[in-house]
Design a protein. Structure first.
Length: 400
């Protein structure tokens, strides 16, 4: 049996300037440009293997060990048909090439973190799917070209095709041919950017991003101001802050933009609430920390869910964890990255000053709203891998 396989891993990205709103639902074109940080695949990644064979009777997709019906949804099919078109062009130019474009695909993917829990699994998932098929088809397109395809799977996925700091330029054209991801700054240019994700809830969210943003576009007046004036200005300022490695500015813009996005959710009618009480306490904590040090050392941002992502620079880790470890030492995740000695050092730093401040200003039971902490950092884009989830003799998932 002739089976061709390829595997790729792709990262999660967390926006610092949020995409919220579509101007074209079919093509997944946004109402504003956005910016994100790509996170390390050591901690969060989708691994996708794809196989093509003339013997496969249908396109099939297995996610985390279970066959999914989503392969036949419009978004996934839009990605597959664009990729097949590009392969067909290659086959047209070189008739000796096997006709992979005409064969069905088996797609097997695994996330090393919770799926559909507000941790951007769809971004990593669609980026991995597109990059793996592009590898299988030996496509010559650039990452920006591929990002236009991934965008049709899930908007934020287009940014996961690059590492480091990434912009999704909204574009102007009706056909979406200029709505794509581009690199703002590489991983090497600002490698000391770190992220701590406080997982507030691993439950599935009740309003999907797609539904939520449609409602905001339709009903929020605040949203009009956001897309017309607020984001265009921030887009330029944030790219400038990243290129200048100006953390203070980057942090201010990141926090303000998270707040602005959630304000448009609240301004939707009926209102949408993604943050919960724990999220709000984390916001208060971050402002408290920055005030304590009289310096901006941490920035928070929240996507369409209650989980907090804290951005900070490696050199400020001790200062940040003096607070964060003190409050959240009971949650899992620390032991993966630090020895007990290092953790004890975080506890003892500024302890005498911090304990009374936290007692007076914050609910010390805040840790009860957190299930785990994921400690990670800025990372690279999709990676080719030899790790394969598909049994080459059968074309089925190895786990079956
Ligand atoms: N590795 C993957 N391969 C293919 N599709 C995936 C993969 N991971 C997730 N998905 C798709 O994305 C869906 C989850 O997207 P959803 O937007 O609900 O959650 P999320 O991306 O984790 O959260 P958020 O977008 O709020 O950050 C899954 O149900 C599945 O259809
Ligand atoms: C709040 C966000 O995380 C929204 C992400 O929305 P999605 O990319 O999940 O939406 P669809 O295009 O409908 O799939 C902000 C962001 O990542 O920029």
């Amino acid at each position: 049996m002739s089976i061709h396989v390829a595997s790729v891993t792709a990262p999660v990205n967390i926006a610092t300037l949020k995409y919220w709103g579509k101007r074209d639902k079919q093509l997944n074109l946004p109402t504003n440009s956005s910016i994100s940080v790509t996170l390390s695949q050591d901690d969060l990644r989708a691994l996708t293997s794809v196989a093509a064979s003339p013997t496969f009777t249908a396109d099939r997709l297995w996610l985390n060990g279970k066959e999914e019906a989503t392969v036949s949804n419009e978004r996934t099919q839009a990605c597959l048909s664009e990729l097949r078109k590009l392969r067909q062009e290659l086959e047209g130019k070189d008739t000796k090439l096997p006709k992979l474009s005409q064969w069905n695909l088996h797609i097997v993917s695994e996330n090393n973190f919770p799926t559909a829990a507000g941790l951007a699994s769809s971004a990593a998932g669609f980026a991995a799917l597109v990059a793996a098929i592009a590898k299988l088809y030996k496509l010559e397109q650039s990452m920006s070209d591929l990002s236009r395809i991934a965008r049709q799977g899930s908007g934020s996925a287009c940014r996961s095709l690059f590492g480091g700091f990434v912009a999704w330029e909204m574009g102007e054209k009706q056909d979406g041919s200029d709505s794509q991801a581009v690199q703002v700054s590489t991983l090497d240019q600002w490698p000391n950017m770190k992220a701590a994700i406080l997982v507030v809830s691993q439950a599935k969210k009740d309003t999907s991003s797609t539904t939520g943003m449609q409602l905001t576009v339709k009903t929020s007046d605040l949203f009009k101001e956001r897309v017309a004036h607020v984001v265009p200005k921030r887009f330029i300022e944030m790219k400038g802050a990243i290129n200048a490695k100006d953390f203070e500015k980057f942090a201010e813009l990141t926090m303000k933009d998270s707040n602005s996005f959630h304000a448009t959710c609240l301004d939707s009618f009926p209102p949408i609430f993604y943050m919960n009480d724990t999220s709000k306490k984390i916001i208060k904590l971050c402002h408290l920390i920055n005030e304590f040090y009289k310096e901006t050392i941490v920035a928070y941002t929240f996507d369409a869910g209650p989980n907090a992502v804290l951005y900070y620079l490696e050199e400020n880790e001790g200062k940040l964890f003096a607070f964060v470890y003190h409050l959240f030492n009971k949650v899992e995740g620390w032991e993966k990255k630090y020895s007990q000695d290092q953790l004890n050092q975080f506890s003892s730093l500024f302890e005498d000053d911090i304990v009374p401040i936290l007692k007076n200003s914050l609910d010390e039971e805040i840790y009860k709203g957190i299930s785990r902490i994921i400690l990670t950092k800025v990372g690279p884009g999709p990676q080719s891998t030899n790790e394969c989830l598909i049994e080459e003799s059968t074309g089925l998932p190895k786990s079956m």
